[in-house]
Design a protein around this ligand. Structure first.
Ligand code: G3P
Length: 218
């Protein structure tokens, strides 16, 4: 399973990358706003740090607007992936960009039918938002499971990026289902490392080592 960082915070991306855990990055206009930086400036910086795909999203509504933004984004770096909204216009842009060899990530996917449409339009990735479904008392992982069942049945090459991840168990559940990618905020990535018994065990081993050293001295 590939891990993407769902952030535009360069320091968090660097940290995950240094650990060899950052296979790519996803951003959206809200995450860019949170970073407080200019979109082009921060995305080009991220693209230099991370070798893997970096998703960037515009705000265009029409096919023409989306194509204009996408063609501009794709000039920024070779690892740019254009994020498109799951609308008819987005699907049309996805098809045109796929034909030009530009990678796409269809975002705001909330149903298996939307994922199937995106795959038929040649999307490189689809991003089902699990956390936002859980937030409204639906089960986001059921959607991931349905999409994967369809993609595996037809040997569809579109990869599933499980997005809107809220906690480590979302990553674990996505992995158990065989999802290709989990994109997660830095806080979730940090939490994945944590276990109180690991900390306690390290502490105990240190104390016992010190005791054995002290005993030798006597
Ligand atoms: O990449 C976008 C997605 O992960 C958004 O997450 O937490 O705003 O639902 P969230």
């Amino acid at each position: 399973m590939k891990f993407f960082m769902d952030t535009a915070e360069v320091e968090s991306i660097k940290k995950a990358n240094e650990l060899g855990m950052c296979d790519g990055v996803t951003t959206n206009p809200s995450l860019i706003m949170k970073s407080g930086r200019d979109q082009k400036q921060v995305i080009t910086e991220i693209c230099k740090i991370v070798r893997g795909p970096v998703s960037v999203e515009g705000i265009g509504d029409t096919y023409e607007e989306m194509m204009k933004e996408a063609l501009e984004f794709s000039k920024w770096a070779p690892n740019i992936v254009v994020k498109l909204p799951m609308t008819k216009e987005g699907i049309r842009a996805c098809k045109s960009l796929s034909e030009k060899g530009i990678k796409t990530n269809l975002t705001l996917i909330f149903s298996a039918s939307q994922a199937l449409l995106a795959a038929k339009a040649g999307a490189t990735y689809v991003s089902p938002f699990v956390g936002r479904l859980d937030d409204i008392s639906e089960d986001g992982m059921v959607l991931v499971s349905d999409i994967l069942q369809i993609f595996f049945a037809y040997d569809i090459k579109t990869e599933v990026i499980v997005a809107s991840i809220r906690h480590p168990m979302h990553v674990v559940e996505a992995a158990k289902l065989g999802a290709h990618i989990a994109t997660m905020p830095a806080e979730v990535f940090e939490k994945m490392f944590k276990h109180p018994l690991t900390d306690k065990g390290i502490q105990m081993f240190k104390e016992d080592y010190k005791k054995s050293q002290d005993a030798k001295k006597k």
